[in-house]
Ligand binder design. Structure first.
Ligand code: C5P
Length: 310
């Protein structure tokens, strides 16, 4: 297949092994210390020549993906075209395997994939730092989808510093029925902080700090240490909006997970396993329990957005 026929980018999902949420900033975002880990669940975005911009989606969750102007892949194509002074005429086809509105940055993955695939299709050769700037404009989690591996995200999550990893971590993801809105989960986090008397504003919440113990665990590939170090400040908010997730977390823990946490803003739940065999056992227990729609096993770290055709 030549670039004239179509170019495909493969982009990973993420789990946040630390999501420390600071106070609400005047711009409506929260300051973060956000340690992203890319995991081996992927969306594929194919860009092909077309007379106008259009987006199609396939996969089990396809009907939940918005195809209007809010679609992040379409916005990515428009932004890149604008930057190069050309029309955004392209057909984008997304093969969706990352859960929609699941807390695994699936929409962000599609945006990063669309940028990379359109750049290759159009031959616009955008420098990496400009691609990253486009990613940051599209959303807080989009730069990481391009970069992959593991990284600390500061600011609203878009200012990335690579994090060293050693070895392979085994994960299980429990997919839920229906999604959770990220802004709604952040709002609930603020509400819970206000009602507990700690406030929600930038002056009343301590500045979020990354955990050195977590970095050490990632670097040495020590799953038991990583299990002790993971944390997600959005978890109480996700559980408040979706109390049934606590049954999902308990089921994975009872089946041998080293750690059980909500992935990002949820409702996907993430379980760290000691090895591939344990991951399979945790996934079977989750599926048999009925406390999730389905369970997927995978490994981390995964590479960032990569061209696979064209
Ligand atoms: O950047 P992104 O479009 O992914 O953010 C979606 C929403 O999530 C924001 O509008 C905001 O409500 C919330 N958010 C936040 N603080 C962040 C990132 C996202 O409050 N650091």
């Amino acid at each position: 297949m030549s670039a004239a026929d179509g170019v495909t980018a493969r982009v990973p999902a993420k789990v946040n092994v630390q999501l420390a949420v600071g106070g609400l900033r005047p711009d409506g975002f929260h300051g973060l210390a956000n340690v992203f880990l890319a995991v081996g669940l992927y969306d594929e975005v194919t860009a092909s020549p077309a007379a106008e911009l259009r987006v199609t989606v396939s996969g089990p969750d396809a009907r939940h993906v918005p195809l209007d102007d809010s679609n992040l892949a379409a916005r990515a194509a428009r932004l890149l075209a604008e930057r190069h002074g050309r029309a955004p005429h392209v057909s984008l086809h997304i093969v969706k395997d990352i859960p929609v509105a699941g807390g695994m940055a699936g929409g962000s993955a599609d945006a990063a994939g669309a940028l990379l695939a359109c750049d290759a299709l159009w031959g616009t050769r955008t420098p990496r730092d400009e691609l990253l700037a486009c990613c940051a404009e599209l959303g807080s989690d989009v730069p990481f989808a391009l970069v992959g591996g593991a990284a600390l995200g500061q600011g609203r999550g878009e200012l990335l510093t690579p994090v060293e990893t050693g070895g392979t971590f085994h994960w299980v993801f429990a997919l839920a029925d229906g999604g959770l809105s990220t802004p709604a989960v952040y709002r609930e986090c603020d509400r819970l902080r206000e009602t507990s008397g700690t406030g929600a504003g930038i002056d009343s919440v301590p500045e979020p700090r990354p955990s050195q113990r977590l970095f050490d665990a990632l670097r040495t590939g020590d799953a038991e240490e990583l299990a002790i170090s993971v944390s997600n400040d959005l978890q109480p908010a996700a559980l408040s909006l979706r109390p049934s997730l606590s049954d999902t977390l308990k089921t994975g823990t009872a089946a041998g997970a080293l750690a059980a946490l909500v992935s990002g803003s949820g409702p996907t739940c993430a379980f760290l396993a000691s090895d591939a065999r344990s991951a399979e056992a945790i996934a079977s227990a989750l599926e048999e329990s009925g406390h999730c729609r389905s369970a997927r096993t995978t490994t981390a770290p995964a590479p960032g957005a990569t061209l696979i055709h064209g």
